[in-house]
Ligand binder design. Structure first.
Ligand code: SF4
Length: 322
């Protein structure tokens, strides 16, 4: 057993755009471009970036909900991109996803006992008679009770629905969870409760997690390390403590400048990025961040910066990093 549960190498996903009378491929949305990172057993790895950075696509690629264009994804030593459908089914049991919008991922016409029972049935877990007991156990694990078994999704609050989504993901007893913006659709007051629940479940069930978020404030307390993405590429990877104390990449600095500092009297210098993230159909040459980077120099338009090691467990992709 290796310390790494997942190793992602040169992962690329280009979505074809078709057009014309012959419906030919006329262009590509370059959603993910040569992404490298690892996920260690038992850690929570944050994956952060603005909308359009490619982070959700990466999460879906890891679970093979999307087919990669190139690269490799090793899960527990096996390249899962080469697995056949029956082989993949065995791996699917080991990895699950929690969606951003719990309501959209729950069938509104099914009661909670059916919604969670289906997941057990689908993966052939337990005898039909024991499934109700397991369903109650799962509800209790996420802070709900057996009283909720015969209710429909619309009878729950947003936070409770996300708890049901988590219970359903846990039904197959996974090792690895992709939490795709699990709190961004929730009220701020509820967000911390759901993050705390995920942290608690991670400890109790020895889970490994990829936690996707669009801002660094959400992942600060739950993540061990953080990967920052922009326009399909990795900008920086660092242990959470290092990233929040000493960010290296200008994009991380800008994201971090919007995160409040808990200590009174301390404030980060606000960096406001101009304009929107460019189109992934035609990303800028060289460093993809250069059109919004306050420190861009000539070379930034000519050469793609390498993701270089700059400290223990700390990597950054910027020409100005020495
Ligand atoms: Fe900015 Fe250039 Fe560094 Fe990119 S490589 S982040 S454009 S300074």
């Amino acid at each position: 057993m290796t310390a790494q549960l997942m190793r992602v190498k040169d992962l690329t996903k280009h979505f074809p755009i078709r057009g014309g009378v012959l419906n030919r491929v006329v262009n590509h949305v370059k959603a993910v471009n040569g992404v490298d990172f690892t996920i260690r057993r038992g850690e929570v790895l944050g994956l952060v970036g603005e909308s359009g950075s490619g982070k959700t696509t990466v999460g879906r690629l890891l679970l093979r909900l999307e087919q990669a264009t190139a690269g490799s994804i090793e899960f527990d030593g096996t390249d899962i991109l080469g697995l056949s459908k029956p082989e993949l089914r065995r791996y699917r049991k080991r990895m699950q996803i929690i969606f951003q919008d719990p309501y959209a991922s729950l069938n509104p016409r099914e009661k909670i006992r059916t919604l969670i029972g289906h997941a057990l049935h689908l993966h052939n877990i337990g005898e039909p008679a024991s499934r109700e007991g397991r369903t109650v156990e799962l509800l209790e694990q996420v802070g709900l009770s057996a009283d909720y078994l015969d209710r429909f999704p619309h009878e729950f609050s947003g936070g409770q629905r996300q708890r049901i989504g988590i219970a359903r993901a846990l039904a197959v007893d996974p090792e690895f969870l992709v939490a795709d913006e699990p709190v961004s659709a929730l009220d701020v007051s509820i967000q911390a409760q759901v993050v705390n629940l995920l942290e608690d479940l991670k400890q109790r069930l020895n889970l490994t997690m990829l936690f996707i978020a669009h801002d660094l404030a959400v992942v600060e307390h739950i993540c061990d390390r953080v990967v920052v993405m922009y326009l399909g590429r990795v900008m920086e990877i660092a242990p959470a403590e290092t990233l929040y104390a000493r960010p290296n990449h200008p994009y991380t600095e800008a994201l971090l400048s919007a995160v409040p500092v808990p200590r009174p009297g301390r404030r980060r210098k606000r960096v406001v990025l101009k304009g929107d993230i460019p189109s992934p159909i035609d990303p800028p040459s060289g460093c993809v961040f250069r059109t919004r980077c306050p420190r861009a120099v000539d070379i930034c338009a000519q050469k793609v910066p390498e993701l270089k090691k700059i400290g223990p467990d700390h990597y950054s992709a910027c020409h100005l990093t020495t």
